[in-house]
Design a protein around this ligand. Structure first.
Ligand SMILES: C[S@@+](CC[C@H](N)C(=O)[O-])C[C@H]1O[C@@H](n2cnc3c(N)ncnc32)[C@H](O)[C@@H]1O
Ligand code: SF4
Length: 372
């Protein structure tokens, strides 16, 4: 089964790039304290927990079709959403399929997997490096969600086996070195939190030293200091208090003592801002750019729609183009353009509508495209 660009009607892109979330599984081996898994065992409710490999391939093919028909590309293909993707028994085949498709069509700027990197074997790690070499990939990236440099802090925040995560990462580095592999690229991620902010500098120093010592090509590997996203049910305080806590953590992390290196250290310096209560609200770019696909094939337009209450449909029964360019989503887009954020309810109450932006010129092109 391979993509076949059926629909050549539209040739004008009305937005820059997609950020696609395609979830192999919503299950997780951990219950990190800031994550939805702490307050709900079944993050999406009672749905099929593992995406079938055949459905995964169908969806990716249809995303390629959609991109070719609409002259857009995928900025980031995220092979995760709410769960731990490496728990999927076919994860290596899924990665291979995405890499091969990208070699053929060159439409995914980045194929990104956020992971705790615990449920993976050495033979799977080796095979992934081999795949990257075989297809001369330069798009696959693992983002290791670590949030700590000591087992004690890791235990408090992530509650998992720190040593296992670290030894798997070290094995990947060893394999990359022995194959002189460019990809998979690596990001070492640290979400700043009240339990870990005093480890920020230690984390940066440790991974920076590893990156400096890497014999293999180090371009593209990075340390990412990221801000905590407010999740009402997981954090035991109000949104306003969260902003204060975040500001204190940033102060305590003492960023000024950390030397920023534009190639290898990315610091999310933006402070959390409280909900916007006045002024003109702009349409949310997610409705155009951020399809989020759950393990059962449900497609929604908001990455915060964890219970899939606002799904556009299911990709077992419809194609990606039918849903992402369908009547329902286009009505929602037009409502936001006209300043109506009342429906659906998830948009009415949202404070995160600034995450993914859509520019006035993109909206103008969109309006012209739907009219024609
Ligand atoms: C839900 S996880 C799924 C992938 C994988 N299990 C992992 O931990 O990387 C996706 C990303 O969300 C991050 N995350 C979880 N809760 C968060 C929060 N409250 N604020 C910001 N990022 C969060 C995780 O650290 C991870 O980078
Ligand atoms: S490992 Fe990832 S999905 Fe699992 S609980 Fe932690 S942040 Fe959430």
């Amino acid at each position: 089964m391979s993509p076949s660009p059926l629909n050549k009607r539209k040739t004008k892109a009305y937005f820059d790039d997609l950020i696609v979330q395609l979830e192999p599984t919503y299950l997780c081996n951990l219950k990190c304290i800031m994550c939805a898994h702490t307050y709900r065992d079944k993050v999406h409710g009672d749905i099929q927990p593992y995406m079938k490999l055949s459905l995964f391939k169908k969806i990716l093919n249809e995303i390629v079709d959609f991109c070719l028909s609409n002259s857009v590309s995928v900025n980031t293909l995220q092979l995760f959403w709410y769960g731990e993707p490496l728990l999927h028994p076919d994860i290596v085949e899924m990665i291979e399929y995405a890499v091969v498709l990208n070699q053929q069509y060159n439409l995914f700027k980045m194929i990104k997997i956020d992971t705790n990197f615990i449920p993976i074997s050495h033979s799977q790690i080796r095979r992934i490096v081999e795949i990257c070499e075989e297809y001369r990939d330069n798009s696959l990236r693992f983002s290791f969600s670590l949030d700590a440099i000591s087992p004690q802090t890791y235990q408090k925040i992530r509650g998992g086996d720190f040593n296992r995560a670290m030894s798997n990462i070290m094995y990947l580095i060893k394999m990359k070195e022995s194959y002189h592999a460019l990809s998979p690229f690596m990001t070492f991620q640290f979400i700043i939190h009240p339990f870990n902010y005093n480890e920020t500098k230690g984390f940066v120093d440790y991974w920076m030293e590893i990156l400096r010592r890497l014999k293999t090509r180090t371009k593209g590997n990075a340390i990412y200091l990221r801000k905590l996203v407010y999740l009402k049910q997981a954090l035991n305080h109000t949104e306003k208090e969260t902003v204060k806590i975040h500001q204190n953590c940033i102060k305590g992390a003492n960023f000024d003592s950390i030397v920023e290196d534009h190639f290898r250290l990315i610091i999310d310096r933006a402070e959390l801002t409280p909900r916007q209560t006045s002024g003109k609200r702009e349409p949310c770019g997610s409705l155009w750019k951020n399809p989020s696909i759950a393990s059962n094939g449900d497609l929604t337009f908001c990455c915060k729609d964890e219970m899939l209450r606002f799904k556009l449909g299911n990709l077992k029964h419809n194609t990606f183009s039918e849903l992402w360019d369908g009547k329902l989503i286009n009505e929602l887009r037009m409502a936001q353009i006209n300043g109506d954020f009342n429906e659906p309810e998830i948009c009415r109450d949202c404070s995160g509508h600034m995450f993914i932006k859509i520019s006035p010129s993109e909206i103008a092109t969109y309006i012209n495209t739907v009219k024609s």
